[in-house]
Design a protein around this ligand. Structure first.
Ligand code: IPE
Ligand code: IPE
Ligand code: MG
Length: 240
């Protein structure tokens, strides 16, 4: 089956999972899998951009991933700094990809934060794919922060509780202004959400694949999109 180029999903999210198991199968340390995962992310983002996907939102590091051993956390906080420096040209200058970073910004190391903010700034006027890297991201944290902001507005008399709407909640999430999430992909065979985009997933199509992320290449992404194109989305209504 081929892609229907007239119905490319506008917003795809990916829980990139299985880097560690991919490395283990090769008798290599877990970080070897993270490195290959980063290369793969570059390749599939390029592909998504080339077929006209407008938003790709990827889960890179969760608010729970701090529980991992220090050496793995350190690698995950340092690798992108080296990686983006080395490939800045191919990742930013020579593409029309716009980079965004979603998540808390108060706990990641300063060098990583600077790298990520430089990428955002350098690509802010690009008109191709918006690639959002979710780092120190968790939905419980995101929604709690939104609730606090809205509660503060109520407390200060700016709004009444009756004025609170779903749109107001959306405006206080990291994904403010993003199109609705069409498709969520999780690699590696796990069938759970792990605190990712809980609100945004309201009416998304879900796709789970056994492929570990470093092997989830263009062809596999294309298969996921074709599968999506054969779904019957109803949004609670009836079919036309
Ligand atoms: C996904 O791969 C990357 C991160 C969560 C940082 P994992 O590191 O979770 O790999 P597995 O699930 O242990 O194989
Ligand atoms: C979810 O993967 C987080 C990211 C992909 C960044 P995990 O590997 O951390 O999820 P669990 O622990 O298996 O649910
Ligand atoms: Mg995992």
């Amino acid at each position: 089956m081929e892609l229907d180029m007239t119905r490319i999903p506008e917003h795809i999210a990916i829980i990139l999972d299985g880097n560690g198991r991919w490395a283990k199968e090769r008798h290599r340390p877990r970080v070897y899998g993270h490195r290959h995962g980063a290369f793969n992310l570059r390749d599939i983002a390029k592909y998504a951009n080339s077929i006209g996907v407008k938003y790709m939102t990827v889960y890179c590091f969760s608010t729970e991933n701090w529980k991992r051993p220090d050496d793995e956390v350190n690698y995950l906080m340092n690798m992108p700094v080296r990686y983006f420096k080395k490939f800045f040209d191919t990742l930013v200058t020579k593409t029309n990809i716009r980079y965004k970073v979603l998540g808390r910004r108060d706990r990641i190391p300063a060098a990583l934060l600077k790298t990520l903010e430089d990428m955002e700034e350098a690509s802010k006027d690009k008109t191709g794919l918006t690639l959002s890297l979710c780092i120190d991201y968790g939905s419980y944290d995101e929604i709690t922060t939104a609730v606090k902001k809205i509660a503060t507005d109520v407390k200060n008399g700016k709004i009444e509780p009756e004025d609170i709407t779903p749109a107001m909640i959306e405006d206080n999430l990291f994904t403010k202004g993003y199109p609705k999430l069409d498709l969520l992909i999780r690699t590696s065979g796990e069938c759970r959400i792990s605190n990712f985009l809980l609100w945004q997933l309201g009416y998304s199509e879900l796709y789970f694949t056994d492929t570990y992320f470093p092997d989830f290449n263009e062809e596999k992404l294309k298969e996921a999109i074709i599968d999506f194109q054969n779904r019957n989305r109803r949004f609670g209504g009836l079919n036309k």
